[in-house]
Design a protein around this ligand. Structure first.
Ligand SMILES: N=C(N)NCCCC[C@H](N)C(=O)O
Ligand SMILES: O=C(O)CCC(=O)C(=O)O
Ligand SMILES: [Fe+2]
Length: 364
């Protein structure tokens, strides 16, 4: 069952607009916006961003409040809206505008940066190339990965070696996206510090050897509009890494998140926000305390929808397993989880990529 309340959406938007007009320091009370059953929680993380590099951040009352909200959001839903993140709404919007422009180019033009296995699975894929659980996804996309130094990770790394591909159309697309990636990387690191505190650790529990040199993935996605019925834009899945930051179009609701009761909650867009969610590697590191949540995309609007998803990951060669501190604090949590208890991040990623693009043949 999909819970979708027009009134709820209306009131959420009015609430956000009113708040942003009346307060310069926007602050939300999560409970006023959501009950965790029909809408995702919303957290203003500005105190965390402000104090992030202070050694005494854990004593700040603003930080403590954010941390409590993060803990509740991640235990109950695994998803939340991030506001007060410090990335300008102008940049967030520019990224989406340029992405719309890219997808409007003629097909032949987009094919100039076509994804191939030999090119490290980087670049443009037409609608229907991507599969989730064996079913075709109705989206086109550009896939990008952090640069992998040739030979650094042996045979595992080789699969993803290649250059990210960009058309000079729109002109400054590459530069804007690279700036955006940098800011998203920083923001993810800040949120991770909050998560570390939320789990009862020090801010830097995730600074150890698995996370010193974090990998990242970015998917620039376009979902065609439809005139009737539900078309699966992306089938139900959990994300593979640590944290995901989703930047989606403001004017259509398409992403749906499964809640604890098994209902699909619509992730109604909130302008200027990111949606942040947990990936499988965080589930393993936290010994299963924070579980990655199933989500899917159905764009049933007649308009083309874009989403830019940034995935913040561990080191490429990290052997990911529960951190000792969380094993001690939360024993036996992972025993009940569906997720493996130990994986090599890069190998796990490659298995996913190869399954997703099983039908992609060289030179097609
Ligand atoms: N890097 C991430 N998380 N990408 C998410 C894509 C999810 C769908 C993919 N076809 C799959 O089957 O997993
Ligand atoms: O389009 C969206 O809103 C989310 C896409 C997504 O879940 C993914 O690429 O992993
Ligand atoms: Fe996802």
């Amino acid at each position: 069952m999909v819970i979708y309340h027009r009134e709820l959406k209306q009131s959420l938007h009015t609430y956000v607009r009113k708040k942003s007009k009346t307060c310069s320091n926007i602050s939300f009370d999560i409970e006023m916006v959501t009950d965790f059953k029909s809408l995702l929680p919303l957290i203003d993380i500005s105190p965390l961003v402000a104090k992030c590099d202070d050694s005494d951040m854990a004593e700040d009352t603003g930080v403590v409040e954010v941390v409590q909200k993060l803990d509740k959001a991640f235990r109950d839903v695994g998803f939340f809206y991030v506001i007060g993140h410090g990335i300008s709404e102008a940049l967030i919007n520019k990224v989406k505008e340029m992405t719309h422009q890219f997808f409007q180019l003629p097909y032949e033009e987009k094919l100039k940066i076509k994804i191939t296995p030999a090119g490290g699975y980087r670049g443009y894929q037409r609608i229907g190339v991507n599969f989730t659980s064996g079913i075709q996804d109705m989206h086109e996309a550009i896939d990008c990965y952090r640069e992998l130094k040739q030979g650094k990770f042996g045979d595992i790394g080789k699969v993803l070696e290649g250059q990210n591909q960009w058309l000079r159309n729109p002109q400054e697309y590459k530069d804007v996206m690279e700036e955006y990636i940098k800011l998203c990387t920083d923001l993810s690191r800040y949120i991770l510090r909050g998560i570390s505190l939320a789990l009862g650790g020090l801010p830097y529990e995730f600074g150890g050897k698995m996370l010193r040199d974090p990998f990242w993935v970015m998917r620039i996605i376009g979902y065609p509009g439809v005139n009737q019925g539900d078309v699966i834009g992306c089938g139900a899945h959990t994300d593979y890494g640590l944290l995901t930051l989703i930047n989606q179009d403001d004017d259509k609701t398409a992403l749906q998140v499964k809640n604890v009761d098994g209902d699909w909650i619509p992730a109604i867009p909130i302008p200027g926000s990111f949606i942040c969610n947990i990936g499988d590697m965080l589930t393993i590191l936290t010994n299963g305390v924070y579980e990655s949540t199933l989500h899917k995309v159905i764009n049933n609007s007649p308009k083309f929808r874009v989403c830019v998803a940034f995935f913040y990951e561990t080191n490429f060669d990290a052997e990911v397993e529960p951190l000792d501190i969380f094993k001690e604090k939360y024993p036996r949590k992972l025993v009940t989880s569906q997720i493996a208890k130990r994986v090599v991040y890069g190998q796990n990623l490659i298995n996913k990529v190869q399954a997703t693009f099983a039908n992609l043949v060289e030179n097609s």
